[in-house]
Design a protein around this ligand. Sequence first.
Ligand code: FA5
Length: 344
Amino acid sequence: MEKQLNQIQIDAEKDIKESNSLDQLLEVEKKYLGKKGSLKAILSQIKDLSIEEKKAFGKLSNQIKVVLNELIFKQKKLIEEQEIQEQLKNEFLDVTLPAIQTQKGSTHVLKQVQKKLEEIFISLGFEVVDGPEVESEKYNFEDLNIPQSHPARDMYDTFFIDQKTEKYNRLLLRTHTSPVQIRHMLKQGAPIKVLVPGRVFRYEEADATHEHTFMQYEGLYIDKDISLSHLKGYIEEIFGQFFGSKIEVRFRPGYFPFTEPSLEFEISCPFCKNGCKVCKQTKYIELGGCGMVHPNVLKAAGIDPEKYQGFAFGGGLDRLAMLVTQNNDLRLFRQNDLRFLKQF
Ligand code: FA5
């Protein structure tokens, strides 16, 4: 048996040295040291030996195992080293070649406009807040002083969701950012100074200036002794900073059930002095709606209108982006054509 063991060692050492790939080496390892390998097979004969012979045989087979394992380890290192050398010979790496250019992404133009507005509002002490896009009829309409069957609901072609809640009535996709006024008043009470940018939805046919999904921004300032003159001053400051030039604000009468009085606000054209194609020769650009928050809205949100007043104003962020980019079709912003978007 000792002879047999020695023969196994001689064969195994030869096979190990002749292995020139890791797969081959693994096979050799299995062949001699594996569960069904030659060493295991010979060990099965041990039962017929005397105790003394068993001891000697066990010792010898363990020694052989140690020697073979060590040889396998060394051979493995050798093969790995050879493989690396081979790879280095075949692969030539020119570190002086220019790197492959990856396409750089950039912030979407609507987000850029949103960020710019946010920075200006924040610098003036406003906090930026948002609310859910799936809103309740109560916050989108009722608490904003637009009860059911109020004709003003026609202004907001609404996507309703086939779900109703006891307390908040039907669910819908918010048609404007104004419901966040209610949410924030309920959450924090007066005073409030917030900017609400966000996505809104209306069941409208798309054209160059209308989308069914678009962005709005809305400013709300509630405190003691707030008046329309504050509103005018803030609009002047905000859009002056936004367009980087001194602008003038002009109000026209408007109508929103949640403000009283309600106004439309226009700014002097930041692109010309005497009329251009952006302002259609009128020297003014209409930006959005505004007014003093209606007492009913304050009451609905638990704020005492005798103590607090406030202004709110809101406009279309896509329309603002149209002005900035001098693009006359807002549908382009969402068509994801990189040739268009890469310009900004
Ligand atoms: C409102 O939505 C009011 N919540 C704004 C407001 C806030 C008034 C606070 C008073 C106080 P209006 O429906 O006019 O108002 O929409 C505001 C702006 O959203 C418009 O001036 C316009 O710039 C933009 N807008 C309206 N409909 C669309 C549309 N389909 N696609 C793109 N922009 C739109």
